[in-house]
Design a protein around this ligand. Structure first.
Ligand code: TXA
Ligand code: MG
Length: 439
């Protein structure tokens, strides 16, 4: 990216010399120039071609088998092409390796780097360095009393970082790591920067299930404190381009690993000594999945207080994660919940028509099964209602689209509360400032 910018500066310089040879450089131009230079501080690595070692061994075997076959007979043209295209991919893979190594060097130097995880993009920094962690808070504009999740690539890294891992926590790690589950564990004092835990005596830790994240953590040798890589209050990023929109020029670099998988953040839990699990934030691992391995699963009461059924007049939620308005699109979003899809669709259509009549630019967030009911409306799809992982993957992108399209009034169908639906509804309600219309 910096190379690209250097080229642009060369071209600009050339033009300036040819067309306006005697032009003087004024304050405004210096300011603009500095802004361009500022933007160039964020490096961009395309690491979508990264192949983890386990996959590489398989590919290498396949390629060598294909080549042997190709030697043996002339009738295997297609196999040969396959083999050569895989070898062609080799340069892409090597570039990806190089990108991750460069990003790791930045992290070791105390800089911030955004990277893909299986949930959303994270903004990583060495969790042991207060200066590095402060740069994360500054880039995001994040309130300093909201603690960060520490990302590890091997449970061995917990030694010296957490004081105790009870049996419940061990069972959860075995079942869900690597994966979208964050465990809140007692912290060893001074092992990490106090800014990571925001003064708490616990630390949230997770091992992400993404080959690029895992390699980056291992390569850097740092436990990585990483909140979602968005400006505070914006939807979490599910594409590297979302990170760029929010943080270009404010962070050291961005590893582009393509779209993330789950699309919503990890589930944050506390594991009790008695085998019970408390969900502090619903996410990629569902309550049902937790219940399959835990003695009992409960929802943090503070979170329940902000769950569906509350309206805009309900008291402010007390849980730390819930007290800020997250994910909010610029337009006014409300969630509509009712006993029949036809009833909900009818109400939404009428409300959108009314809003348009008073000059609003309107949109509806709807499941595919009901899309036909909104003919003529601006519809953003939440995917299929019976495949809620699609809503999870799409939600944040859709909220960003609402802003891009300048929508001012948005109504969303409610999400069924099973499986990933809990997490989707939790984020949807946050985005709606807890405005829910119950029919
Ligand atoms: O999927 C994810 O978890 C993503 C990716 C990047 O890993 N990260 C993420 O981080 O969502 P962030 O900072 O956006 O959300 C962290 C949440 C916050 O709600 C925070 O309050 C909570 O985890 N948290 C962190 N440490 C905690 C602790 N010690 N006790 C209670 N809650 C904690
Ligand atoms: Mg976040």
């Amino acid at each position: 990216m910096s190379d690209k910018l250097n080229q642009m500066q060369d071209v600009d310089g050339e033009l300036a010399r040819k067309e306006k040879p005697e032009r003087e450089v004024n304050e405004q131009q210096i300011h603009t120039f500095k802004q361009v230079l500022g933007a160039s501080h964020t490096k961009w690595w395309d690491v979508r071609g990264f192949v983890p070692e386990t996959d590489m061994a398989t590919t290498a075997k396949r390629v060598s088998a294909s080549l042997k076959e190709a030697d043996a007979t002339v009738a295997v043209h297609e196999t040969e092409v396959d083999a050569f295209s895989e070898i062609g991919d080799e340069s892409v893979r090597i570039m990806a390796e190089k990108g991750i190594r460069e990003a790791a060097v930045l992290l070791r130097a105390g800089e911030t780097v955004a990277f893909p995880t299986e949930t959303v993009y994270g903004l990583g920094a060495d969790a042991r360095s207060t200066k590095a962690v402060e740069a994360v808070f500054a880039a995001k504009g994040r309130p300093s009393d909201n603690p960060l999740i520490v990302h590890i690539s091997d449970p061995v890294q917990l030694n010296g970082m957490v004081a105790k891992i009870n049996d419940t926590a061990r069972v959860l790690m075995d079942a869900f790591w690597p994966g979208p589950l964050t465990l809140v564990l007692p912290a060893v004092p001074q092992a990490l920067s106090p800014r990571v835990t925001a003064g708490l005596d616990t630390v949230g830790v997770r091992m992400p299930d993404h080959p690029i994240a895992l390699r980056l953590i291992t390569e850097s040798g740092c436990p990585l404190a990483a909140p979602s890589a968005n400006r505070s209050g914006r939807p979490s990023p599910t594409l590297a381009q979302h990170v760029q929109e929010d943080l270009e020029g404010r962070i050291g670099g961005i590893l582009d690993g393509g779209p993330t998988g789950v699309g919503l953040e990890s589930t944050v839990v506390q594991a009790g000594d008695d085998g019970t699990v408390t969900i502090l934030r619903p996410g990629g691992v569902t309550a049902e999945q937790l219940a399959a391995v835990a003695r009992a699963v409960t929802l943090d009461p503070a979170l329940a207080a902000a769950s569906p059924g509350e309206d805009a007049n309900s008291p402010a939620p007390r849980s730390p994660g819930m007290k800020y308005t997250h994910y909010a699109p610029r337009g006014r979003l409300s969630v509509v919940q009712g006993p029949s899809p036809a009833g909900v669709a009818g109400w939404i259509r009428a409300a959108l028509a009314e809003a348009r009549a008073r000059g609003e630019r309107t949109a509806v967030l709807a499941f595919d099964e009901h899309a036909a009911s909104y003919a003529g409306e601006r519809v953003y799809s939440l995917g299929k209602r019976d495949a809620l992982h699609e809503a999870a993957q799409r939600l944040y992108g859709v909220l960003r689209r609402c802003d891009e399209d300048g929508v001012t009034y948005i109504l969303s169908e409610a999400c069924p509360s099973s499986g990933l639906g809990d997490a989707v509804m939790n984020r949807l309600l946050k985005a709606a400032g807890h405005r829910i219309i119950r029919l």
